[in-house]
Unconditional design. Structure first.
Length: 86
């Protein structure tokens, strides 16, 4: 996040939008209607001098058993991200 390193504060919603835009483009090409990205700020910050954010991405993948009425399964990926301050 070059913007944060340049001193520009970025909000959780801006990070969510950035993540979703990257997921929708190549090489991932995910379907926007089945994608959800959530960014939160943990109450306890683990690293001094850094702003910790928690990024969670949820995606409903294609089901090869859709013809049988079996719902599409969801996958999720969660990861901490640390934005360094000056």
């Amino acid at each position: 996040m070059v913007q944060y390193q340049n001193g520009n504060e970025v909000s959780n919603s801006q990070i969510e939008t950035w993540g979703e835009n990257h997921a929708l483009g190549a090489p991932y090409l995910l379907d926007q209607s089945r994608l959800n990205t959530v960014v939160t700020t943990p109450a306890t910050q683990r690293v001094a001098g850094a702003d910790e954010r928690q990024i969670a991405i949820y995606y409903q993948i294609d089901s090869v058993l859709g013809f049988a009425g079996i719902e599409f399964p969801f996958i999720s990926y969660t990861r901490p991200v640390f934005l360094l301050e000056d």
